[in-house]
Design a protein around this ligand. Structure first.
Ligand code: AMP
Length: 309
């Protein structure tokens, strides 16, 4: 009896041991399986991620190639977009030129800026141009035509360019047409900014410039944030600073009432006849530039459109 009980007890102990062992074995197997599944999922996720990143890399590679090919196609087969931003001093050519530049992705070339840079650098061209510029006269046709001829050969002009302040005489116009005709090109649009002479003096004499960026301010219409006025209501020169850099602003030597009289006379006598020269081509579009900047820009955008009236 005792021996049987002992045998039964040892059997049930063995059964309990075996079932615990089995339970333990099963949970450790389950853990292993869980670890294996998680590792598998991580591997699959990493592989998917890699695939996605390869796809993204391939996408950007083919997008870059497509952009390059399109650029080459336009640079090789399409005519250049050659525009003239036309108008008297103070009409807003320097304000709207950079905006057209951004819109069309072609550079705005200002002969005035190039000549001022030559004067600052003290080059031969600068030495020849300095006095006549300060007095509000016109620099010789040979000099400006030479500057433009070299500039438009540069790579950034291959799709076209916007001319600001050139041509200013019929002789410059003919020289421009001739140099363009040599490559089968021609002026594609002339946007005229119309402003009556009576409002130009206030615009010009109130203008302040940030030399390195070309940013333009006006004491009344677009004052810099830093501007302070003295008791007589005039702006304090030392307070005139560029909004973006805090650097000092300057007034152009030819932005005086006296020089403006000369500049306007040459504009009417020598520059305005250029409009007549291009009118038969149907490319001259006039904009009312005697209104707020947004209104002018809206009209410029319309004038730039193909088939604009
Ligand atoms: P702007 O910045 O266009 O008003 O030009 C400033 C000055 O540079 C003019 O008053 C002229 O003395 C000279 N200038 C600029 N462009 C020309 C040009 N196409 N022909 C002759 N002189 C120019």
């Amino acid at each position: 009896m005792t021996a049987r009980r002992a045998a039964t007890s040892s059997r049930s102990q063995a059964t309990r041991f075996s079932s615990t062992f089995q339970q333990q074995a099963t949970s450790s197997q389950r853990n292993k399986a869980l670890v294996a599944t998680t590792a598998g999922l991580v591997a699959v996720f990493a592989a998917l991620q890699q695939q996605e990143s390869n796809k993204t890399q391939n996408f950007w590679k083919s997008a870059k190639t497509a952009v390059k090919e399109t650029e080459q196609k336009f640079g090789t087969y399409w005519p250049r977009n050659i525009m003239i931003l036309f108008g008297p001093p103070g009409a807003g050519k320097g304000t709207h030129g950079p905006k057209v530049e951004e819109l069309l992705g072609i550079p705005a070339l200002s002969t005035g800026d190039m000549l001022r840079a030559a004067v600052s650098a003290g080059t031969e061209v600068g030495k020849k141009a300095k006095a006549v510029m300060n007095a509000g006269g016109l620099v010789s046709d040979d000099i400006v035509v030479g500057i433009i001829r070299d500039r438009i050969k540069e790579d950034d002009c291959k799709h076209g360019f916007i001319l600001d302040g050139f041509p200013r005489t019929l002789a410059q116009t003919k020289a421009l047409d001739k140099m363009l005709a040599e490559e089968g090109a021609c002026v594609t649009k002339v946007v005229e900014l119309e402003v009556p002479d009576s409002v130009l003096e206030e615009r010009i004499t109130g203008r302040w410039i940030h030399k390195s960026s070309g940013r333009s301010y006006h004491v009344k219409y677009a004052p810099p944030k830093s501007m302070k006025k003295s008791a007589d209501g005039k702006p304090v020169a030392e307070s005139m600073k560029d909004d973006a850099t805090g650097e000092p602003l300057m007034q152009r030597k030819d932005d005086t009432a006296q020089a403006l009289t000369k500049r306007l006379a040459s504009y009417h006598n020598e520059t305005v006849p250029i409009l007549k020269h291009y009118t038969p081509n149907g490319i001259v579009k006039s904009v009312n530039a005697n209104q707020g900047m947004d209104g002018v820009w809206g009209e410029v955008l319309l004038a730039l459109k193909r088939g604009a009236k």
